[in-house]
Design a protein around this ligand. Sequence first.
Ligand SMILES: *[C@@H]1O[C@H](CO)[C@@H](O)[C@H](O)[C@H]1NC(C)=O
Ligand SMILES: *[C@@H]1O[C@H](CO)[C@@H](O)[C@H](O)[C@H]1NC(C)=O
Ligand SMILES: *[C@@H]1O[C@H](CO)[C@@H](O)[C@H](O)[C@H]1NC(C)=O
Ligand SMILES: *[C@@H]1O[C@H](CO)[C@@H](O)[C@H](O)[C@H]1NC(C)=O
Ligand SMILES: *[C@@H]1O[C@H](CO)[C@@H](O)[C@H](O)[C@H]1NC(C)=O
Ligand SMILES: *[C@@H]1O[C@H](CO)[C@@H](O)[C@H](O)[C@H]1NC(C)=O
Length: 397
Amino acid sequence: MASSLSLVHIFTILVTIIMSRFAQFDARTSLNVLTFGAKPNGVVDSTKAFSDAWDSACRVEDSAMIYVPKGRYLIGRELRFEGESCKSREITLRIDGTLIGPQDYRLLGKEQNWFSFVGVHNVTVLGGSFDAKGSTLWSCKANGQNCPEGATTLRFMDSYNVKIIGVLSLNSQLFHIAINRCNNVKIEDIRIIAPDDSPNTDGIHIQKSTDIEVRNASIKTGDDCISIGPGTKNLMVDGITCGPGHGISIGSLAKDLEEEGVVNVTVKKAVFVRTDNGLRIKSWPRHSKGFVERVRFLGALMVNVSYPILIDQNYCPGDSYCPTEESGIKINDVIYSGIMGTSATKVAIKMDCSERFPCTQIRMQAINLTYRGGAATTSCINASGKQLGLVIPNGCL
Ligand SMILES: *[C@@H]1O[C@H](CO)[C@@H](O)[C@H](O)[C@H]1NC(C)=O
Ligand SMILES: *[C@@H]1O[C@H](CO)[C@@H](O)[C@H](O)[C@H]1NC(C)=O
Ligand SMILES: *[C@@H]1O[C@H](CO)[C@@H](O)[C@H](O)[C@H]1NC(C)=O
Ligand SMILES: *[C@@H]1O[C@H](CO)[C@@H](O)[C@H](O)[C@H]1NC(C)=O
Ligand SMILES: *[C@@H]1O[C@H](CO)[C@@H](O)[C@H](O)[C@H]1NC(C)=O
Ligand SMILES: *[C@@H]1O[C@H](CO)[C@@H](O)[C@H](O)[C@H]1NC(C)=O
């Protein structure tokens, strides 16, 4: 009798354990886009199926996963994921497949975004290839026809606790990834690919956002690998390979008169291969109210980079319709440390700072940049600060 009671007891415990395991498993509801009618054949438009899967995920109160199996899915227009009425604690979009844009560039070109997430929280995009097929739009632009501006491939707006991990973005029409007005975003292990002559295909653009990390990214594209716009605060960029591309840029700033500042940016362990710039800060020559404060450039390898270190406060691409004021952007407290390699132009360090608000507290240490096996030069205006130890070429500050 005693032994049979204890058997019942053990049985009850086992059932309880198993049930609790199931309860945990149940908490993460998995939704396969195929069951919503997505077609992995690259031909049938799956936009609505993805959108329906998102709506279902939003109704799950706990954690939900939207699963995109291997295959090619045509997403022929903007796919907008809204968080406003989402009940879920978190949503993971796990993608093993490739998402492809429509052949006709005009369909996406008239939208601002291809994939957009608006007002979401606790959302992870995990894996997947995004192929926007931007090349026909770029040729339209190259021929100077009347072309649409183009869509950004993946944009997050007004969102927090976001992760973008293991994603590949190919041939975006405009920017590959953009982060606007977000908090706490992690972008990791990603690859971005577009040709060096593709117009305005910035790799990752960040603005008006706080607590952002970008780690381990390989970026080959036609514009800035990473562009850091007004209102960026607490940004860590660690382990980036850039090239082809226009480098990692803070700016363009002073595009508008009223702008928030850029505060506390660190760029660590970056490699630049044959890029147009390395570490750049750029602002238009306009009396704008923004500023740049506390920037750390720590450890960079330059391989034949046109301007490895550049502050350009007279930025005006194309030199047309430029304002002619002194830049109102005050740049203060910038450290360059451990910057090595080769410059493709004789001027390896260039600082063209605002005459009205000179660059202050610039610090340089452990720098060695050469030009064609020999000495490179510096060209610095209205910049002050100090040098520590080895700084080659010397003479900027
Ligand atoms: C987001 O996730 C965190 C950590 O799991 C959780 O504490 C928080 O409640 C979630 N936020 C919302 C709005 O569900
Ligand atoms: C960096 O990201 C790539 C994918 O882009 C991945 O294969 C690699 O393992 C990552 N490296 C580290 C150190 O995490
Ligand atoms: C600056 O940003 C880093 C993340 O890159 C963060 O850890 C640090 O606390 C920030 N510093 C200040 C003073 O906010
Ligand atoms: C560096 O780049 C320039 C063009 O920007 C090119 O002419 C030169 O051959 C390159 N040098 C090396 C060593 O790759
Ligand atoms: C600077 O770099 C060049 C080329 O890489 C190297 O030959 C030279 O020895 C370095 N100078 C110092 C002082 O380390
Ligand atoms: C800025 O540089 C210009 C040209 O070198 C010089 O005439 C001017 O005095 C400098 N302004 C300040 C505020 O240092």
